[in-house]
Design a binder for this molecule. Sequence first.
Ligand code: PLP
Ligand code: COI
Length: 363
Amino acid sequence: MTLDISIVPSAQPRSAAEVAEILADPGFGTHFTDHMFTVEWTPEKGWHDARITAYGPLTLDPATAVLHYAQETFEGMKAYRHADDSIWTFRPDANADRMKRSSHRLALPVLEPEDFVQAVDALVEVDQRWVPESGSEKSLYIRPFMIATEAFLGVRPSQHVTFMVIASPAGAYFKGGVKPLTLWLTEEYTRAGRGGMGAAKTGGNYASSLVAQQEAIGQGCDQVVFLDGAEGKYVEELGGMNMYFVFADGHIVTPETGTILEGITRSAIIELARKSGRTVEERKFSIDEWRDGVASGEIVEVFACGTAAVVTPVGTLKWAGGEVRGSAEPGDFTNEIRAALVDIQYGRTPDVFGWMHQVTKAE
Ligand code: PLP
Ligand code: COI
């Protein structure tokens, strides 16, 4: 704990009735808690001026570097309320490590993982009444982000950087709940290439995915699937989720890392599945193997996973001129792995992996 965080409470926190109304149906990413965390960086002073203040708009010079060159990184994680009212986050050290890797790729300064976790804990503690009740599948979605805040139009790493944490109560990411998604295979757009930013969690990757996602919606699909940039042959990931394929003989396959985001949910599923005796392969997985495997019955379930989406079944895959239909209902393994994960996150089963990090004590 190396940050010296000052706390200036909001003068206008939302009333208990307003918070209760929002928590009853939070949706995703539309409501924000009363406070935000901010810390600044310069080469001379390092990280300094850590503070928690009222949530509110930022004032930025129009020449602020991030607005022009997208030098930024972000994270996505959640806080969960357990039955005894204690509040926990899931593998925050993994998010902190990933932000360190992403920031290296974006030529942003290192925020030490312990400072990252301290900042997240401090905000969650101040805004703990915003963590939805236990027993629901709601949570508090936490969005740490680092932006280049020097007002300078030259193209070089910013000499002023700001790291912030905001939080937003979250219900289901998909409005339809846990129902199989229909995916669109884009053959025009790719998300990442060798030496690019695919493994970094940075806004540019999401900006580049939007036109492909629009194409997917235009085709009546929910999400878009990206293939590798070099050969256009191997499945990478969705715009905000990793992918898994479940074979009839019980083994599961997930695309190897390199140009995809190293999902924390993806890696938790690898450990959970291996512990339950399944063989997990991380390897190149071609689009033909997907199409042929579903058609022949060799692949029995497909699902996507991520912090926001948790574990979400995939039904049909469509592409220009064809489709393969998967099941209209979530498969057994998809349901099992989802339950195994959320039961740990909500404290309903023992956390034998040491994944949960306690932020506040039981009431
Ligand atoms: N892939 C992309 C592009 C994402 O944005 C996300 C979400 O963060 C994931 C995968 C899943 O990562 P995680 O499980 O760490 O949330
Ligand atoms: C997350 O799951 O945390 C993400 O960042 C994905 C985003 C598309 C909401």
